[in-house]
Design a protein around this ligand. Structure first.
Ligand SMILES: NC(=O)c1ccc[n+]([C@@H]2O[C@H](COP(=O)([O-])OP(=O)(O)OC[C@H]3O[C@@H](n4cnc5c(N)ncnc54)[C@H](OP(=O)(O)O)[C@@H]3O)[C@@H](O)[C@H]2O)c1
Length: 328
C-alpha cells in the first residue's frame, strides 16, 4: 500500500510517499481504507524521533483517519464492510490502509465529508477529555484556552460553545489570528505577542482567575498559568511546546487548592479510549450529525505533499486543522 514514510528521523524533508506492507485487522479490529487523515503536533514530535508509538501500534505517522471499512478482524461485529467510519488510532494514519479497534471508531454522519471526519478523533477527543472529563468545566465558569487557532484548541472552543454556552471563554493567539479568533465568537481574545495573558486574565476576571486552563506550552507558561488560575482551578497540561521543566510554588498551589492534570490520549488503554469515545459520541455525536459542530479546516494537502503539510504546521500559519487527502 502507499504510505508516507521517513528516510530518517528529523526535518520534513525526510518524509516521502513510498510502499509499506498493508496491515491486517487483528481480533476486534477493523481494516479501514483511508480517504483522509489529519496532521497533529504529536506527528511532528514523532517525525523528529521524540515520540514513539505505543507497543503494537504502527510506526507510520498519523493518529486519526476517516475512510471506509474494508475488512473485519475476528470478533469485530460492530461494523460492516462498506461503512463510513472515523477512527482514533495509535499510529498508521498517513497510509492507504489503517487498522483500528472496533470501539475506537465512530460512524461518519451523512453530511460530513471524509476531510472533516479526519479531524474529529484525536483532535476533538483530546479537547473533550481534558476540558470536560478531566477539567470538569461547567456552565457559568471561566476557561482560558491557549493557542485558539490550533487544531485541538479550535475544537475546544467549539465544544465549550456547544456544551457549556454560559461559560466565559478567554483565548490566546498570535497577532495575525486575532480577527479570525474574534469571528469564532469567544468572549475575550488575547494577542499573546503584544500583551501579557496574566495581566489580561486578571483584568477580565477581576483578579479571581479562571476555573480551567487548557495548556500545551508547558514550561514558559507554567508560572503565568498558576497565577491565572482561580481557587480550586484546574490546569490541564497536554503539551510542552516551550519546554518540560519549570519551577512551581507548591505552597500557593496548596493554599489555593489547585490541580495540575497531565494527560495524553495515545498511551491510554483500549478500554479507556473506548470509554472516552462513547462518552463523546453521546454528548457531541448529535451536534456532529446536524452540523452544529464542524471542524475549522485550514488547508488540505495530498498525501504526496505531507512534508509541506508539516512545514505549514511548524510555521503555525494555519488556523484550525491541516488535512491530508488520499482519495477524492
Ligand atoms: N496530550 C494529548 O493527548 C494531546 C493530543 C493531541 C495534541 N496534543 C498537544 O496539543 C498541542 C496542540 O496540538 P495541535 O495538533 O492542535 O497543534 P496546532 O494546530 O499547531 O496548534 C498549536 C497552536 O499553538 C499556538 N501557539 C504557539 N505558540 C504559542 C504561545 N506562546 N501562546 C499561545 N499559543 C501559541 C499556535 O498558533 P499561534 O502561535 O499562531 O497562535 C497554534 O495555533 C500540541 O502541543 C500537541 O502536542 C496533546
Amino acid at each position: 500500500m502507499k504510505a508516507v514514510l521517513l528516510k530518517n528521523f528529523g526535518g520534513p524533508e525526510n518524509m516521502f510517499l513510498g510502499e509499506a506492507e498493508k496491515p491486517q485487522a487483528k481480533t476486534d479490529e477493523i481494516l479501514i481504507r483511508v480517504y483522509a487523515s489529519s496532521v497533529n503536533r504529536p506527528d511532528i514530535v514523532q517525525r523528529q524521533g521524540n515520540y514513539q508509538p505505543p507497543p503494537g501500534d504502527s510506526e507510520i505517522l498519523g493518529l486519526e483517519v476517516a475512510g471506509v471499512v474494508e475488512a473485519l478482524g475476528e470478533g469485530a461485529t460492530r461494523w460492516q464492510v462498506g461503512d463510513r467510519v472515523m477512527a482514533l488510532i495509535g499510529g498508521g494514519g498517513y497510509a492507504e490502509y489503517a487498522t483500528a479497534h472496533q470501539d475506537h471508531a465512530m460512524g461518519i454522519p451523512i453530511e460530513m465529508s471524509f476531510e472533516e471526519a479526519a479531524c474529529i478523533c484525536e483532535t476533538y477527543l483530546t479537547a473533550f477529555l481534558n476540558v470536560f472529563m478531566l477539567g470538569k468545566l461547567t456552565n457559568g465558569q471561566t476557561a482560558l484556552l491557549h493557542g485558539g487557532g490550533g487544531g485541538v484548541n479550535s475544537a475546544a472552543i467549539q465544544l465549550c460553545q456547544y456544551l457549556v454556552p454560559d461559560t466565559k471563554l478567554i483565548v490566546t493567539c498570535s497577532s495575525g489570528k486575532v480577527e479570525r479568533m474574534q469571528s469564532m465568537g469567544v468572549d475575550h481574545v488575547i494577542d499573546y505577542q503584544n500583551s501579557s495573558f496574566v495581566e489580561e486574565v486578571a483584568k477580565i476576571t477581576d483578579k479571581k482567575g479562571v476555573n480551567v486552563i487548557l495548556d500545551h506550552l508547558g514550561a514558559d507558561y507554567l508560572a503565568g498559568n498558576m497565577r491565572s488560575l482561580s481557587v480550586y482551578g484546574r490546569l490541564l497540561q497536554i503539551g510542552v511546546m516551550s519546554g518540560a521543566k519549570a519551577e512551581l510554588n507548591l505552597a500557593v498551589m496548596m493554599v489555593k487548592r489547585q490541580q495540575i492534570i497531565g494527560s495524553v490520549l495515545r498511551a491510554r488503554s483500549v478500554e479507556e479510549k473506548a470509554h472516552i469515545i462513547s462518552t463523546f459520541d453521546q454528548k457531541v455525536g448529535g451536534a456532529l450529525s446536524n452540523g452544529k459542530i464542524a471542524p475549522e479546516i485550514s488547508h488540505v494537502f495530498q498525501f504526496s505533499e505531507a512534508a509541506d503539510a508539516h512545514r505549514m504546521m511548524e510555521s503555525s500559519q494555519h488556523f484550525g486543522k491541516i488535512v491530508l487527502k488520499l482519495i477524492d
